[in-house]
Ligand binder design. Structure first.
Ligand SMILES: [Zn+2]
Length: 350
């Protein structure tokens, strides 16, 4: 239970102040005189009725506003994902092999995700991307879990792997696998429950990776398409927060503070991590990192990229055939998975 915030009465506070004086004598004297005046003025209304119940709206008026970062202790239970199940999804996704845009394995994975979302509200956002390597089919998959409050919390996770690495044996267990899997687990967590909060949209984004070399125009194809579409249809204005999950299963987990993000949202995620006792895995390093959130960040949408770009010593496993299941841990999925679930709960309350 949340401990009640009681403001007993101003009178009591004044009395307490007078009982425990501190400071020079002349100041104490002055405070004492002021105290009597306040005491008298406060007593006037309360003498007739000794037990005064302060109605909540009165309390709100006389209590100075509390900044969110020092909010009252929150005793709500911490949400938990099923990390074993999420790890199993990572294994299954990775087992499809290379999943670059336009490939057969990519199609198989689309089917796998859609099968997982049976009974959920799913929107298909498919289009053709014109790239330096030719035309590619791109398909974002959006699962919508409506809430009772205004606003949408959007969670992104890309499911494609790199086209340039298609013949290297690269399977992207962490980069592409873990992000696909955590969203599948989130769908389990959200399904069939009435959301007493904002709507949550899970988006399996496509074409996050560059088809040749990362530039503004050769990267985040699916996210750029969605940002344009949502800008036109007014969805963008309804987004309360957008969080990208990427490379989140490294056994040696160090989530970066990606400075390309809304500081208040980054702080909220850190506070959520602290609630779980996970803060040692967050923000030891900070850097501006480009990811699926950039087209939204550039349009002023409160965004955060939850990423560990320190994958192996000096990031040696990133975008190499060494990005395999043996480098990953269900515990890391749990740390990030629980933290972002908790962030969603905290966002609901804002
Ligand atoms: Zn990547």
């Amino acid at each position: 239970m949340k401990p009640p915030r009681t403001l007993r009465t101003t009178k009591e506070n004044v009395k307490k102040d007078l009982r425990e004086p501190s400071g020079p004598l002349w100041l104490m004297g002055l405070l004492y005189l002021l105290g009597i005046v306040t005491l008298v003025s406060c007593s006037r209304g309360t003498d007739a009725q000794p037990t005064v119940v302060v109605p909540p709206q009165v309390e709100a008026r006389i209590t100075p506003p509390t900044p969110p970062e020092v909010a009252v202790p929150d005793a709500a239970p911490l949400p938990h994902i099923d990390s074993k199940r999420a790890f199993q999804y990572t294994r299954e996704v990775t087992a499809f092999g290379p999943r670059y845009m336009g490939s057969e394995n990519h199609k198989k994975l689309e089917r796998y995700i859609i099968d997982h979302l049976k009974g959920d509200e799913v929107e298909d956002d498919a289009f053709t991307a014109d790239t330096v390597e030719g035309k590619f089919p791109v398909r974002n998959l959006i699962a919508k879990f409506p809430g009772t409050k205004d606003g949408i919390i959007v969670i992104f996770g890309h499911y494609d792997t790199n086209y340039p690495l298609r013949n290297t044996g690269y399977v992207g267990a962490n980069d592409g696998g873990s992000s696909t899997a955590i969203l599948l687990e989130y769908a389990n967590q959200l399904r069939g429950k009435k959301r007493d909060g904002c709507s949550v949209w899970l988006v399996w984004t496509d074409g996050e990776e560059a088809v040749k070399t990362w530039t503004d125009t050769d990267s985040v194809y699916g996210a750029r398409h969605l940002a344009e579409k949502w800008e036109k249809d007014g969805t963008l204005k309804k987004i309360k927060a957008l969080m990208v999950m990427d490379m989140i299963a490294d056994a040696d987990l160090n989530i970066d503070r990606n400075t390309k993000g809304a500081p208040w949202l980054l702080d909220l995620i850190y506070a959520a991590a602290e609630r779980g006792g996970y803060q040692s895995h967050f923000y030891a390093r900070q850097a501006p990192i480009e990811d699926d959130h950039v087209p939204f960040f550039n349009r002023g949408v409160p965004s955060a990229d939850v990423i560990d770009l320190d994958y192996g010593y000096n990031n040696v496993f990133h975008h190499t055939p060494q990005d395999t299941m043996d480098k990953l841990s269900p515990k890391s999925l749990e740390i990030v998975g629980d933290t972002i679930l908790e962030s969603i709960r905290m966002l609901d309350q804002r």
